[in-house]
Design a protein around this ligand. Structure first.
Ligand SMILES: C[S@@+](CC[C@H](N)C(=O)[O-])C[C@H]1O[C@@H](n2cnc3c(N)ncnc32)[C@H](O)[C@@H]1O
Length: 381
């Protein structure tokens, strides 16, 4: 029997017409980045080819395999493009409660407002790497560090074998490609992922609703990494996905994705038993607003489990401002908001969409904590 579709719901935030049309333009622009992927990325290879052609003959003779490698890179880009086209197939109907007119038949963008930017193509390339983290066996080591401990903390507090896990509601803001939220739903919890990136929403929709067989699709996520390769084959290494049957959920599973900004989507207080944030809290302009929102939407007695670094996304971004608090200040804000720390661990060596074969790797010394919203607010707080 097919598992229930993982519904993606767009929260209506603003009814104004210009907001509607901006949203539609944004939707089409992201769709257009998927459509432009092959042309855009092949241009990079063509530039290298042209430069290679101009090399002195004796230099070319020293690298006899180089042309063949570039041809392989071009082939990988075409293979990625085939999967990206599948991801955006019928994506105009992705939202349960909203239609997105996105010029479904168009192959390449036409209008200026919907033309993908370089930053859009970068996001698309990083989405390819996100498939490794969330839905491939290659991402298992990363998930073991980032997801497993937070799942264990929830399971310890709400053991599925001794409580009705379908009555435990969990929210995963900044859900990415949805693996962590899926893991909660698989254990019978009532889980909602929240995400505002259309790259992530299109892709998680594909994995969760359209992939019917394990490891049926192949991607070449490292093909855009031109530097720090030890061997040519590292750049063209394949991964397959999904590593699990994403339709394998309990029959009564309650699993959904809510599209939109976390700060705007959730307005009702005291609705969730748990909020789980992994590599998320540093996406805020104002991290205090995140802490406040999490406190507000948790039921009294509810838990916030967090894992990740503080790589503030808007720090040093042109035309953006944010406050970048050190962890000691974040911690103090959390306590002043009324949370009680139950568990805290620092210096957890963790990676994010890391290419293990690369000559350059980043490791975060992440912080993990579990906080509880008291059943009754202490006097004076
Ligand atoms: C660093 S990624 C982490 C994704 C996932 N939790 C993981 O560990 O792989 C942060 C995610 O949060 C999403 N995000 C950032 N700000 C958001 C917001 N205000 N509301 C909803 N999602 C947001 C981004 O689109 C991105 O997918």
């Amino acid at each position: 029997m097919d598992a229930p579709m993982v519904k993606v719901k767009v929260e209506e935030i603003n009814d104004e017409i210009d907001v509607e049309s901006q949203e539609r333009e944004h939707f089409t622009r992201i769709l257009n980045s998927f459509r432009s992927y092959r042309t855009f990325c092949q241009r990079r290879v063509t530039d290298t080819l042209r430069y290679y052609e101009g090399l002195p003959t004796h230099h070319k003779q020293l690298i006899p395999n180089f042309l063949q490698h570039l041809t392989h890179v071009q082939w990988c880009i075409c293979e990625n493009y085939d999967v990206l086209k599948l991801i955006i197939q019928d994506v105009e109907h992705i939202f349960e409660n909203k239609q997105n007119a996105a010029n479904a038949g168009e192959d390449e963008p036409t209008s200026k407002a919907t033309l993908p930017k370089i930053s859009d193509m970068d996001k698309l390339k990083s989405t390819l790497r996100q498939f490794v983290r969330d839905w491939s066996t290659d991402g298992q080591a990363e998930r073991d560090v980032c997801y497993t401990p937070v799942i264990e903390e929830i399971v310890k507090r709400f053991p599925p074998e001794s409580c009705d896990s379908s009555q435990v509601s969990i929210l995963v803001p900044g859900a990415g490609l949805g693996r962590l939220a899926f893991e909660f739903a698989k254990r019978g919890y009532n889980c909602q992922g929240n995400e505002f990136s259309l790259y992530m929403l299109f892709s998680s929709n594909f994995v969760l609703n359209k992939c019917k067989e394990i490891n049926n699709y192949t991607l070449y996520p490292w093909v855009h990494q031109w530097t720090n390769n030890l061997r040519n084959e590292d750049q063209v290494r394949a991964i397959t996905f999904p590593d699990v049957d994403t339709s394998d959920l309990p029959e009564n599973a309650s699993f959904s994705m809510a599209a939109g900004n976390f700060l705007e989507v959730y307005e009702d207080p005291a609705v969730f038993d748990c909020v789980v944030t992994v590599f998320f809290i540093d996406t805020a302009h104002n991290i205090i607003a995140y802490v406040e929102k999490i406190f507000e939407i948790l039921k009294p007695g509810g838990y916030w489990v967090n894992m990740g670094p503080l790589l503030y996304h808007y720090a040093d971004m042109p035309n953006e401002v944010s406050i970048e608090l050190a962890y000691e200040d974040v911690r103090s804000v959390i306590e002043k908001m009324g949370f009680v720390f139950e568990m805290e661990k620092k210096n957890i060596a963790s990676t994010y969409t890391e290419n293990p074969a690369s000559m350059l790797t980043h490791t975060y010394n992440s912080v993990m904590f579990v906080c509880r919203k008291p059943v009754m607010k202490e006097e004076g707080q």
